[in-house]
Ligand binder design. Structure first.
Ligand SMILES: Cc1cc2nc3c(=O)[nH]c(=O)nc-3n(C[C@H](O)[C@H](O)[C@H](O)COP(=O)(O)O)c2cc1C
Length: 150
């Protein structure tokens, strides 16, 4: 079965960032993704999302169509779509890392690498830097408290 990796960024609707709404979305996403063999990571910086999805081409394509149509975010920008790549984000069917909540020392490093935009760590719009930030986020998520950001 052909596999792929998709990376996009978007902007969250304000209502999605209230209370535990986003945590609920991520929990449901993790359940659905597990059933489809999809893995990945969702990064939130201020109102910006950066998400990576890896899995079987057919399932990832179907999911991308649902995500694009989802009114809980806007300004969807596809940053990369690669087939036949070795999986990198296989740790979680889906989880979230909130960049505004990372420890201060890590925040300094991320600001030095990616800069700030309106006071939040900038979410890059080029594929190379976006992958770099996702790998940093993967490391940060893996070393954080298992319940962090929930
Ligand atoms: C930023 C964002 C990321 C999402 N990530 C996923 C995901 O990884 N997996 C998933 O099944 N749904 C995800 N969703 C939800 C889908 O857009 C969609 O609501 C869900 O798959 C259910 O589809 P349905 O409403 O057509 O039944 C995400 C939504 C948003 C706004």
């Amino acid at each position: 079965m052909k596999r792929c990796r998709l990376v996009y960024r978007s902007v969250a609707a304000p209502s999605l960032l209230e209370g535990t709404v986003l945590a609920g979305l991520v929990d449901r996403a993790a359940e659905r993704n597990a059933a489809a063999g999809i893995t990945g990571l969702l990064v939130l910086s201020g109102h910006r999302f950066l998400q990576v999805l890896e899995g079987p081409v057919g399932f990832v394509n179907e999911l991308m169509a649902r995500i694009i149509a989802d009114k809980r975010h806007s300004r969807f920008e596809l940053l990369s779509y690669d087939q036949s790549v070795s999986p990198l984000f296989y740790d979680w069917s889906m989880t979230i890392l909130r960049l505004n909540e990372v420890p201060p020392a890590l925040r300094e490093v991320l600001i030095a690498k990616y800069d700030l935009e309106h006071g939040d760590i900038r979410v890059p719009n080029d594929s190379f830097s976006a992958h770099s930030l996702l790998l940093d986020a993967r490391w940060a998520r893996a070393t954080a408290d298992p319940n962090a950001g929930k």
